[in-house]
Ligand binder design. Structure first.
Ligand SMILES: [Mg+2]
Length: 285
């Protein structure tokens, strides 16, 4: 298979509770300051999230937490081996991989480097962050207050409309297929940007699934629900297999994906794992 053909698939991932088994904003405070972690939880829905992180990171610095403490904590964020296998498989098949997240550049880059997978991604699109010379981490909104509001009518956060950013990636190339993977409310807007041949990988039991089921008419892509990284690896193999087959027969790829969609819908009503409930409690948006 010539790589020029395979490079036309685009995979875009949310980060928290999608690629990693945690919310990185929660993880840092949970491990470094129980008091600030509780303050963070209390503020959910009351304060703009990026601004809150900026303030709490300042308080973390004032309490003596160093850059090394934050980096060491981030290196312990759980990242399932099967998820890494799936990412490596996508890359080996010539796909372009992007992260589109409401975390920040320092958190994501540190985690990716800790697992030695930063080379797999073309770019990370998220809130800019950097340590100052003293070791205080600063984070600012991706869509800054100096810009006009992005105006998205869907439930996107004011600092980032993931749909608009995904649309820029979609428009930047003639992709054979686009796959978007996420778990939360702010992953719904990008899911609406995909076409019929594309795939949304939505984590089961969380808010993205709820949005999709309540707004079916807005999502044209095939939707595959998943619980864990093993499911994602299997879905990846199915998607890539369908793609290989589609070069011989244009009808077979859609047939395979339709099967995935149907089977995931059939199992949904009976599968409610304890893990899903835990994720639902932890999710912030
Ligand atoms: Mg997420």
């Amino acid at each position: 298979m010539p790589s020029t053909t395979l490079s036309k698939r685009l995979f875009v991932f949310d980060f928290d509770w999608t690629l990693i088994e945690a919310d990185s904003d929660h993880f840092v405070f949970e491990h470094l300051s129980e008091e600030l972690f509780q303050e963070q939880l209390q503020a959910v829905g009351k304060v703009q999230w990026t601004d809150l992180q900026q303030r709490l990171l300042g308080e973390l610095y004032d309490r003596g937490v160093s850059r090394e403490d934050i980096e060491r904590t981030l290196s312990q964020v759980p990242f399932a081996p099967e998820m890494i296998q799936a990412l490596e498989l996508m890359k080996s098949e010539g796909a372009d991989l992007y992260i589109l997240s409401d975390a920040n550049t320092v958190y994501i880059d540190t985690v990716l480097k800790a697992y030695k997978i930063d080379h797999l991604f073309t770019r990370v699109i998220t809130n800019p962050a950097e340590f100052d010379p003293r070791g205080r981490l600063n984070v600012v909104r991706f869509h800054g207050l100096d810009q006009a509001p992005h105006g998205c009518p869907l439930p996107c956060q004011p600092n980032l409309c993931k749909g608009q950013e995904l649309q820029k990636l979609i428009d930047s190339h003639t992709w054979e297929q686009v796959v978007y993977m996420g778990d939360s409310t702010n992953d719904f807007c990008p899911s609406t940007r995909l076409q019929r041949n594309d795939v949304v990988l939505a984590r089961r039991g969380l808010l993205l699934e709820k949005e999709i089921r309540e707004n079916k008419d807005l999502v044209q892509a095939n939707v595959v629900y998943w619980d864990n990284a093993v499911d994602v690896l299997e879905a990846t193999q199915s998607i890539l297999g369908a793609f290989h087959t589609s070069t011989a027969s244009s009808s077979s790829s859609s047939a395979t994906l339709r099967t995935d969609k149907r089977s995931s819908e059939q199992t949904h009503s009976t599968v409610e794992s304890s893990d899903s409930k835990r994720y639902a409690q932890a999710v912030k948006a």
